[in-house]
Design a protein around this ligand. Structure first.
Ligand code: ARG
Length: 575
């Protein structure tokens, strides 16, 4: 059991024994400074307030009832009633041994549907899709790792009015060149051309509009063109996922068009339920629970007056599919914060219509925008959207240059491999390490730095441990020895290692990858301090100490690698 859970359990028991109501929490946190112990419990103050008692006296009563025999070596009360817990080094060493020798504990597993990446297929993937793709992928990995049944859903935008224009353009190419595949090589250029024709050529525009209608009514010719376009676009996206080590494949694609046959029945049901009503020819749902300050209900259109369906209608169908067919316990959406209202509407209407029961947790995990150094959304120098493919190329090029400078001994193949891991890792980590909900500034220099909270710093820490094992001529995968904790740096590192599982528990619930990043950064820093003050390979080190320190090193390397893998970042032996 994670130490935090164990301490919480013991503290709760002590609080009950001290006569404190059962719903008062111990409020256990990591101590900010060593002088305050390893953990501190701050719940005495709130409990005292509730019971109109003196907080310090109540803290004392908790401590009197607290059984931390063999767990803590010292328990102190500080300030107005903080309870500081200093864990025993022997206990930490034992736990580490136990942790290292057993498989992770069995937890009840949930079925979790995760909607992430979900780009629109009309255009090439661009930086705007990066955050959803990598944050969603990280959470999918974390949940899968703790034993949940994760069902990835790539809700690709493959339907809508733009596709009339795109297939009209494709037909034009096929007619003249009979080589549509060539024209689709550069999707961005293709989209621009289609748009230009649409804007400048009224025949083309009419044809495009007619094609939308024909497409929707299942016309074979239009569907075939549409399919050719979609296949090319999907293949391009799958290629990007592979390049950035994101675990989305063809089997996770469940695009908007997959719900086409459900849209009509859903709207019919909403009307029968009296939820959707007629409003100027459209069908709308008025959501009183989402009313604005003046009391005007929030309006959600589910069918336009021209009978067309909307993004929201598709999301309602997807919600029902996820809840009923996929039998999800949790449904997570990694979508830009600007769609917050849309998600609230979908959740509210979905619950009211019984598309999803109240037992299913619906979670929109929003994120901010990636900004350029000018503080505006990240763009190319010319002001265009940055294509993901170009961003990946640049990351790899910059990393290759850096690696070549730092390590002239690597051959060309090694440089390509390391540069890919470092470059992609840097871009992903720069994003994942920022609090998800805020905007952040995209900065090549900072993300590729070997110092500070960056991917290269963590990857480098890993390679340093690898080199210690090479010099010791020991295989760290199989090394096993008892851990002895004598120095404060050993204790600090050992405790950090033990906290990995509780960090993963937290990330699994809150879905904030930066919590895992901060943890790994602290772990790497704790390792560096340990390494400075606790020699490992020096001739005068006692063999028992050496083995113990190698054990701490091996666990550090494994935890770094596991943590980075959960972020979708690879490690290497040399860099
Ligand atoms: N395709 C949408 C966009 O690019 C994102 C879709 C997110 N998922 C969803 N179920 N609405 O904005």
């Amino acid at each position: 059991m994670p130490i935090k859970n164990l301490l919480n359990q013991r503290l709760s028991n002590a609080m009950l024994a001290a006569g404190i109501p059962a719903d008062c929490q111990p409020v256990l946190t990591l101590s900010a400074r060593a002088q305050f112990g390893d953990y501190q419990a701050n719940g005495a103050m709130a409990a005292a307030k509730r019971m109109a008692k003196n907080p310090r006296a109540l803290a004392q009563q908790i401590v009197d009832n607290l059984d931390l025999n063999g767990i803590a070596e010292r328990v102190e009360i500080a300030g107005p009633g903080f309870i500081n817990l200093h864990l025993s080094a022997t206990f930490i060493a034992e736990q580490l041994q136990y942790d290292a020798s057993t498989e992770s504990v069995e937890r009840p597993s949930s079925r979790v549907v995760i909607d992430y990446s979900s780009p629109n297929l009309a255009k090439q993937m661009h930086v705007g899709h990066l955050r959803s793709t990598i944050i969603g992928d990280c959470i999918a990995r974390v949940l899968e790792n703790r034993g949940d049944h994760v069902i990835r859903q790539n809700h690709m935008g493959d339907w809508g009015t733009q596709f009339g224009m795109l297939i009209a353009e494709l037909e034009r190419h096929l007619g003249t060149e009979k080589r549509g595949d060539l024209a689709l090589n550069d999707l961005e250029k293709f989209y621009q051309q289609a748009k230009r024709h649409f804007d400048e050529d009224s025949d083309f525009a009419d044809r495009a509009r007619a094609y939308v209608v024909r497409l929707q009514s299942g016309d074979e010719h239009c569907l075939a063109l549409w399919k050719q376009f979609i296949d090319t676009s999907v293949a391009h996206n799958l290629d990007i996922y592979q390049r950035i080590n994101v675990g989305l494949t063809a089997e996770h694609v469940q695009p908007e068009s997959a719900y086409n046959s459900q849209l009509e029945p859903i709207v019919k049901k909403l009307i029968e339920q009296g939820l959707a009503v007629d409003d100027q020819g459209a069908k709308v749902i008025f959501l009183g629970d989402l009313a604005d300050k003046k009391g005007h209900p929030s309006v959600m259109i589910v069918r336009k007056s021209d009978n067309g369906f909307l993004y929201a209608t598709t999301d309602l169908a997807a919600l029902e599919y996820r809840a009923k067919t996929l039998e999800a316990d949790r449904i997570l959406y990694f979508i830009d914060a600007r769609q917050a209202l849309h998600m609230k509407q979908v959740f509210s209407a979905g619950r009211k219509a019984g598309l999803v029961t109240s037992e299913v947790s619906l979670e929109h995990h929003a994120f901010g925008t990636m900004m350029g150094s000018d503080g505006k959304p990240f763009k190319t120098r010319a002001g265009g959207t940055v294509k993901l493919a170009d961003l990946i190329d640049e990351a790899e090029e910059r990393a290759a240059q850096l690696i070549r400078e730092k390590n002239p001994d690597l051959n060309d193949d090694e440089i390509i491999d390391v540069a890919r891991k470092v470059g992609i890792g840097a871009v992903k980590y720069a994003d994942l390490s920022k609090t998800r909900t805020t905007d952040y500034i995209f900065d090549w220099e900072a993300m590729l730095s070997f110092e500070g909270n960056t991917a290269p710093y963590l990857q480098y820490a890993y390679t340093r441990i690898c080199s210690i094992f090479r010099r010791a001529n020991v295989d760290f995968e199989t090394h096993y020895a008892a851990v002895i904790i004598a120095k404060p740096e050993e204790k600090k590192l050992a405790l950090k290692l033990l906290q990995f599982e509780e960090i993963l528990d937290q990330v699994a619930v809150e879905c904030y990858p930066h919590v895992l990043c901060s943890y790994l950064y602290e772990l790497a820093s704790a390792y560096m301090s340990f390494y400075e003050s606790c020699p490992i390979l020096k001739a005068d080190v006692d063999p028992v100490d050496r083995s113990s320190r190698l054990q701490l090193s091996a666990l550090s390397a494994k935890t770094l690698a596991r943590g980075l893998d959960l972020l979708g970042i690879e490690v290497m032996q040399h860099m």
